[in-house]
Design a binder for this molecule. Structure first.
Ligand SMILES: [Zn+2]
Length: 131
């Protein structure tokens, strides 16, 4: 796999920033929606089929979404840091250049396709690698 050109890195940085804005906007919309729903619940507008259960599941739902947004932004920021540190586009495990096509599709990728597959299989099986 060939090294990324400066131009490709700039394009990927642009993609990452656009993605970051998208996630931030989504998180903002979600927060606005959740806040409105909370007010509605407090005002007693939620149907009376177990108000507590409804409120609790809403909170869980919002927490899971918020966690996903925070996680997504963290991954994007990590990738932007790797660009700044000149470490972008190399596989975390084997160190090869990951290639522009993979990064264009998945700019926050930390591993090449082979290492990512191995990583996912290792964790999916819940096995501890024996060294
Ligand atoms: Zn690799």
């Amino acid at each position: 796999m060939t090294e990324l050109t400066m131009r490709q890195i700039r394009q990927l940085e642009h993609d990452l920033l656009a993605q970051r804005n998208g996630v931030a906007a989504e998180a903002h919309d979600e927060l606005t929606r959740a806040t409105q729903q909370s007010y509605a619940a407090i005002a007693g507008e939620v149907p009376d089929f177990g108000d507590q259960a409804t409120a609790a599941s809403l909170a869980d739902y919002d927490n899971a979404l918020a966690r996903r947004h925070v996680e997504a932004i963290r991954e994007i920021d990590d990738a932007l840091m790797r660009i700044k540190a000149n470490r972008f586009g190399r596989c975390l495990e084997c160190g090869i250049a990951m290639g522009y096509a993979r990064l264009r599709a998945f700019p926050t990728a930390r591993r090449c396709v082979a290492c990512q597959g191995l990583h996912e299989r290792t964790f999916a099986l819940g096995t501890t690698p024996t060294l």
